[in-house]
Every structure is written in structure tokens, then in C-alpha cells.
Design a binder for this molecule. Sequence first.
Ligand code: SAM
Length: 229
Amino acid sequence: MDSAEQTEQTRRFFDTAASGWTARYANDAAVGARKARFLDAVQTRFAKPVDVLDFGCGSGDIALHLAGAGHRLTGYDLSAAMIEQARRTDRAQQVRWVARGADAALPFADASFDAVVTSSVLEYVPALDVTLKDLARVLRPGGWLFATVPDMRDPHRHRERWLRYALTIPGMAALLERSRWREGAAYLRISTNRMAPAAWQDCLRRNGLGPEGLPESTGPLMLLAARKA
Ligand SMILES: C[S@@+](CC[C@H](N)C(=O)[O-])C[C@H]1O[C@@H](n2cnc3c(N)ncnc32)[C@H](O)[C@@H]1O
């Protein structure tokens, strides 16, 4: 699948999921911890309110949580339907919401943000180096990127391997499409960036972002933290 096709599949997947996303999060106990994890990452590096980009903000839960703590937030997403959900939730208009246009490059000036948070997004981007370089571009010198990505050390990711393997067998994708693994298969088709922690760190380094020490394995998602030189 080429870059344009992967982007379209990802957009379709999240446009379709958008209307149920807020309800899905309302029933997910892990969402509170996820919001706290990003707020804590920002608050431990910055004593005052800062400019934050939430790249791939989805329905806006993390952006709104950080804005509620006083930070100045921009939420950006590939899916216009997700941005629409976020706008509807943000009645007090605390966040600037931006849907991606035709251009893959971020529509923000160089050095616009002190921090970028990106929760469960980098796994989907087709040209990871291009995206990371662009995220580094919009960060101010000394700014931080915080990203959660699949932690391949976690048993949950081990279990996904068989499904990923099944997708490579001719005819199996069509079969899975009609099974209870339908959504999992669609997710795994677009979640293509799945690497060991050291490989993620190499990726960050070659795009101008200095990663902190190896992230601990605490669940299916690991938090990468990297600073722009
Ligand atoms: C699993 S959701 C996570 C949403 C949110 N970050 C959260 O943790 O609640 C992934 C989001 O990333 C967005 N996304 C995927 N690829 C993207 C890209 N290249 N640029 C911007 N957003 C992207 C999707 O549209 C979707 O809303």
C-alpha cells in the first residue's frame, strides 16, 4: 500500500469511528490514565502554561485535559469527523481545532510550540521520518515531543501478531472482514509502525529529536519523550 492509500484508509477508519469515539472513551477506564500521563509529562518539564500541539487529537480528550490545566492548545487531526466531534465537545472554545487539508505538511510556522503530544498516532503515519521532521520543525528549540506508540514488549502486542500474520495469507483478509476480528484486522492493516524501543529512538534522533532513556514497559503503549536540540 502506498502513502496516499494508507492515509486514505486511515482517514476512512477514523471518520467512521468518530461518531462513537466519545462514548467509547466514556466507558474506557484507561482514558483517565492516558490523559494524566500526558499532562504529567508536560507539567514535569514546564513550570508555566505553554503552547502545545496535540497531533492526531481525535475527539480531543487529551487536548481538552491539557487546556483545562491552563496550557494553550492546538488540536490537529487527519479526520475532519474527529475534529467535528472535538469542536462539539469544546463548548467553551478552549482549544484551536484544525483539520488536515490536502497538504500533508503541518499548517503551522516553524517554532510555534513548546510541546507536541501525540497519543496513539505515529503508528499510522505512512512516512514516519517526514512526519517527525515536520513535528520537530514546529517545536521551539528545547521543546519536547511526547508520543505513545505500541509497545511490542507487551503481551497484548504478542497476541496481535497472529492476526497480522493471518492478514498476509491470500484470501484471509476477506474472510476476517466477515468475522468478529473485523475491526482488529482493519486496525492492524493501518497500524504499520511497530518497532522496538531502540528503533523508535533512532527514528527520533535522525529527525532532530533527542530521546530520553529507554521507556519502561508498563502496558500496550509506551511513552517516548524527546527534546529538540
Ligand atoms: C487512535 S486515535 C487517537 C486519538 C487521540 N490522540 C487519543 O489518544 O485520544 C488516532 C488519531 O490519529 C489521527 N491520525 C492518524 N494519522 C494521522 C496523520 N497523518 N495526521 C494527523 N492525524 C492522524 C486519526 O485520524 C485519529 O483521530
